[in-house]
Design a protein. Structure first.
Length: 302
């Protein structure tokens, strides 16, 4: 086994906390191995003022990290799984998925819950999925597209630029800012992004030594759930910049997969259940069901 492992990560505060959590776990398992984190700047980080939908290509927060992995500059990469494209580059492998934290979206306001916000309140989000679900729940709200790191988005609430923001609860929890959460949004109406709350550990496909190294970090029920979610998203032809998502919940040998997509008359929901031994079949069955229901991608008005 290598005695020195270089771990690649985005340079944001949250990304580094995530990478350090993985390194801490690995270091406890392999005390004779040195783990070093390398920060890598991604296009998504550099173009903070540009809406994600306008940045061409997939993986705007992971591509440069993946390139460093392919080039051998790093030995493994730690990603927010929700940022990873559903198609992994041929030379790479999604080797492990950490146990998912709270997968829900969270609302941050001055203290007012979603149902209590006055009509016309402005909610900030850069996610078409969140925008669609917010407007489906309350069509009297206004959506403002925002980007930037978590600190920047939180300041927009404090400064009164927006009345609230919606973001992943897991991000605030990892940063130790759970007290900033005004309300956890119910899964019934707000399905999270595919993979939300979990970390993906990516390696070179031919690196057997590192594969063996990271396997103990894989949480099997989370792995099964996100595999189904990612197959669903691939079948639907969606990504993080579209209003399509699903969530897989594993209970023993059974997975329940719930999906959401936009149709011509609004948001569509459907669910499928099946064996964890047939994850792809369950996911594709759900995708085809939503497509037959009329799932499409009408624009979300801001």
């Amino acid at each position: 086994m290598k005695k020195h492992i270089t771990v690649g990560s985005r340079g944001s505060r949250l990304a580094l906390i995530q990478a350090k959590s993985v390194v801490t776990h690995l270091a406890s398992l392999y005390p004779d191995t040195e783990f070093v984190i390398t920060r890598i700047s991604t296009r998504g980080d550099r173009q903070k003022s540009v809406p994600l939908q306008r940045i061409s290509g997939d993986g705007v927060f992971v591509k440069e990290v993946q390139e460093a992995l392919i080039d051998g500059r790093i030995d493994l990469a730690v990603h927010s799984l929700k940022d990873m494209p559903v198609l992994t580059p041929p030379r790479l492998l999604l080797a492990a998925v950490t146990e998912r934290l709270d997968s829900r979206d969270a609302l941050v306001t001055s203290g007012v819950k979603l149902d209590e916000l006055p009509a016309g309140s402005i909610i900030g989000t850069g996610s078409p999925r969140r925008a669609a679900q917010l407007l489906a729940y309350r069509d009297d709200l206004k959506i403002k597209g925002i980007r930037g790191n978590i600190d920047t988005r939180l300041r927009k609430v404090s400064a009164g630029e927006v009345d609230g923001i919606v973001m992943a609860a897991a991000a605030l929890i990892r940063l130790g800012w759970e007290d900033r959460i005004t309300e956890y949004l119910p899964l019934e109406h707000f399905l999270p992004q595919v993979g939300q709350g979990a970390l993906g550990i990516e390696i070179r496909a031919d690196d057997r030594a590192v594969l063996n190294l990271v396997q103990p970090l894989n949480h099997e029920p989370t792995w099964q759930g996100v595999v189904a979610e990612r197959v669903f998203l691939e079948t639907m032809g969606g990504g993080c910049s579209t209003a399509v998502t699903s969530q897989g919940v594993v209970n023993g040998d059974t997975i329940k997969l719930r999906g959401m997509a936009l149709g011509s008359d609004g948001i569509l929901y459907a669910s499928e259940e099946g064996s964890v031994l047939a994850l792809e079949k369950v996911a594709r069955r759900l995708a085809h069901r939503l497509l037959e229901m009329g799932a499409g991608q009408p624009a979300v008005k801001e």
